[in-house]
Design a protein around this ligand. Structure first.
Ligand SMILES: *[C@@H]1O[C@H](CO)[C@@H](O)[C@H](O)[C@H]1NC(C)=O
Ligand SMILES: *[C@@H]1O[C@H](CO)[C@@H](O)[C@H](O)[C@H]1NC(C)=O
Ligand SMILES: *[C@@H]1O[C@H](CO)[C@@H](O)[C@H](O)[C@H]1NC(C)=O
Length: 368
């Protein structure tokens, strides 16, 4: 909408200039030229006010109340945040619990609820049209037992595509104009396979695969768990020096594809080797021919050999970056953006919905 605004501004300005020119060259009514200019200016101002709903007082706002901040880390909600930061109109984001009686949606982040650090306001009388939203970005294995939340929530906010408000860790956006790829951006490599891991547990599936792979090909490991921790500034430059990056999720769950793919691999500029949900989940959201799925190989040896072959064939390796001509990656990190997104979906939410068994929904695998 920024672009749109800029375009309409340019359009108005040129129109303006045109009027002034025409009437000046006719050496007649200069005053009339200015009058026209004034009218176009007025129209432009009006158009902007329609686009920016804060100039549009009658508009009804959707009020989203965040009952407490995820992980106790609060962010500023000053001004009209959804509009100012994300150009999402008519969306009032608040975190004062006193808004409860008028809030359209009340949002509860799962972790604090499940751990008992926060409680649902069950003693307050719940306005009939108000929706309570359950929010989590963790996989079902790390959500705890949700059985006690039966018949409470009206909507879900999750990375899952079948959530009422899907909030993925990242997504693709089309690039405006086809881009020429500068090959040296992704061809200056010094390591074959890299992995950044902060939380190593030997029972994780990913640790098994890592051990097997490392016996076949060199794997450079960084992160809190190792002797070579990596600062956040060094993360992407380090990954960019690797042909392949292990985008291994901590658990295998439907649609659970995190910043390990979107940020580390795609923004770092290495080809991701993914371990997580089935290949079709990746194909539904990731660029075509952009990743290597672990399931395509029956042994680590097979995978290792394939990787070595790819690095020897520059053309085939470069094909893994062709998607960058058409797509760019957007990574989501700000809770405010996820919450503002509720307003975009608000009018399409079902009139009445209750999650009678949230636990089953959270662990279900096949209801996309
Ligand atoms: C909606 O919110 C905006 C920004 O906070 C405010 O200016 C406007 O008056 C609100 N509209 C209504 C109807 O409350
Ligand atoms: C490749 O990376 C090295 C750092 O290891 C750097 O010195 C060199 O300039 C890079 N080459 C290109 C073409 O970017
Ligand atoms: C939300 O869930 C509650 C509790 O089950 C229910 O009473 C209420 O009707 C639901 N509201 C909507 C808008 O679905």
């Amino acid at each position: 909408s920024h672009v749109f605004q800029l375009r309409s501004k340019c359009f108005c300005c040129s129109l303006n200039a045109l009027f002034v020119l025409i009437f000046r060259s006719m050496k007649r009514c200069v005053l009339f030229g200015f009058l026209c200019a004034f009218v176009t200016c007025f129209l432009c101002g009006w158009q902007r006010s329609v686009q920016n709903p804060t100039f549009y007082p009658g508009r009804v706002n959707v009020t989203i109340l965040l009952w407490y901040w995820p992980f106790g880390r609060s962010l500023s909600l000053k001004g009209d945040v959804c509009w100012d930061l994300y150009q999402i109109p008519s969306c009032k984001l608040v975190d004062q619990q006193s808004y409860f009686p008028t809030a359209n949606v009340v949002v509860f982040h799962n972790k604090e609820l499940v751990q008992g650090h926060q409680k649902l306001p069950v003693t307050l009388s719940r306005p009939p049209a108000q929706r309570w939203a359950w929010m989590s970005l963790e996989s079902s294995a790390h959500n705890g037992n949700l059985q006690k939340f039966a018949n409470i929530f009206n909507m879900t906010i999750s990375y899952r595509r079948d959530a009422d408000v899907p909030v993925p860790y990242g997504e693709l956006l089309p690039v405006e104009r086809e881009e020429q790829l500068a090959e040296d951006n992704f061809m200056n490599k010094s390591s074959l396979v890299c992995w950044v891991v902060s939380n190593y547990r030997s029972h994780y599936k990913r640790s098994q695969v890592y051990k097997e792979l490392k016996a076949i090909v060199p794997v450079k490991v960084y992160g809190r768990w190792t002797k070579t921790p990596l600062s956040s500034e060094d993360l992407l430059p380090t990954i960019s020096r690797c042909y392949f990056y292990l985008s291994f999720e901590n658990s295998v769950a439907k649609d659970y594809i995190t910043e390990k793919l979107w940020k580390n691999a795609y923004q770092g500029g290495a080809v991701p080797i993914v371990l997580g949900p089935p290949k079709r989940d990746y194909e539904a959201v990731a660029p075509p021919h952009s990743f290597i799925h672990i399931d395509e190989f029956s042994t680590a040896k097979e995978l290792g050999t394939h990787l070595q072959q790819l690095t020897k064939d520059k053309k085939r390796y470069a094909e893994y970056f062709d998607w960058k001509k058409h797509w760019k990656v957007k990574v989501y990190t700000d809770w405010r953006e996820r919450l503002c997104k509720i307003c975009l979906m608000y009018n399409n939410l079902p009139q009445h919905k209750v999650y009678s068994d949230l636990q089953s929904w959270a662990v279900s695998l096949n209801n996309t």
